[in-house]
Write a protein that binds this ligand. Sequence first.
Ligand SMILES: NC(=O)c1ccc[n+]([C@@H]2O[C@H](COP(=O)([O-])OP(=O)(O)OC[C@H]3O[C@@H](n4cnc5c(N)ncnc54)[C@H](OP(=O)(O)O)[C@@H]3O)[C@@H](O)[C@H]2O)c1
Length: 289
Amino acid sequence: MHVLIAGQGYMGRALVDALLARGIAVSVWNRTVERCFAAVSAGANLAMTIEDGAQSCDVMITCLSDSAAVRASLATLQTGRILQGKALVQLSQTTVEEAEVLAEWAAANGVGYLDGSIMGLPSDIRGEGCMIVYSGQKAEFERQRSILSALGGNPRHVGEAAGAASAFDKAFFSAYYTHLAGFFHGAAICKAAGVPLETYFDLMTTVWNWQGPDAAFADMIRTGDFTAKEATLDVHAYAFAQVSRLCRQKGIDARLPDAVAAAMADAIERGLGDQEIAALVETFQNSGR
Ligand SMILES: NC(=O)c1ccc[n+]([C@@H]2O[C@H](COP(=O)([O-])OP(=O)(O)OC[C@H]3O[C@@H](n4cnc5c(N)ncnc54)[C@H](OP(=O)(O)O)[C@@H]3O)[C@@H](O)[C@H]2O)c1
């Protein structure tokens, strides 16, 4: 079994390590070739073009910024038939409709298609607790189970409709990002009001048992160092913006996600788009001034 990973950003890089650790042969392709070098040092093969990578793989995994990037990359293949009889596991952020368009492209070229959404950070990949949800053909999900299990200990199939995983991740994002934004907002209040941050972190990460991302973000807030290590605010904001969009489509009140999305947009306007999402604390602290 040979897997091509198209995309060597923060997440694509983590996917490579997860597959190599299970002894699965991996090739990598990235628009900017320099970003492949770390994966090649770790044992992956370099595909200079997506065409080369598609030729030699059994499964192609796409992990790019968005579905426009996926479509642009697939459009550089001389023919989609190069993937005929193989599988495309699409892990970039998409809307429901975009996932359906990609599934139609795959079907027209005789390619098995799964659309997946990763419910975690690059450091969660491979962990038993990392859930990746997939939609598309259940038979394809079962065929690729060993690869999917290598990526996240907890792969789940959430529907045959290609867009089901995309809809599911908007539900998760709504809960996750509004929680995170509340956490950062609370930290901004502590800092502004001169009440102990550590007591607040203790409450959030220990008493309420939300150790995971909160503890890592607490460290960033303590030090004021928001340098991106796992995901940029740009990537988070793009994904989260789809929540309000889906709410409007379905007639669901969008005021809660709109408020968080506006804070993210404000932070990006202040030049924080390439930082970790915890940089929102600075926006919350300073935007009232
Ligand atoms: N990081 C996370 O915590 C996380 C968690 C869950 C899901 N995800 C999803 O995983 C995907 C990748 O995220 P990431 O954090 O790895 O992002 P990233 O570090 O910003 O990397 C983005 C990737 O997309 C490529 N790209 C952008 N536009 C392109 C285009 N027009 N044509 C070809 N390639 C293009 C970039 O290539 P260049 O290097 O050439 O710019 C790079 O490989 C996103 O859809 C994100 O929603 C990420």
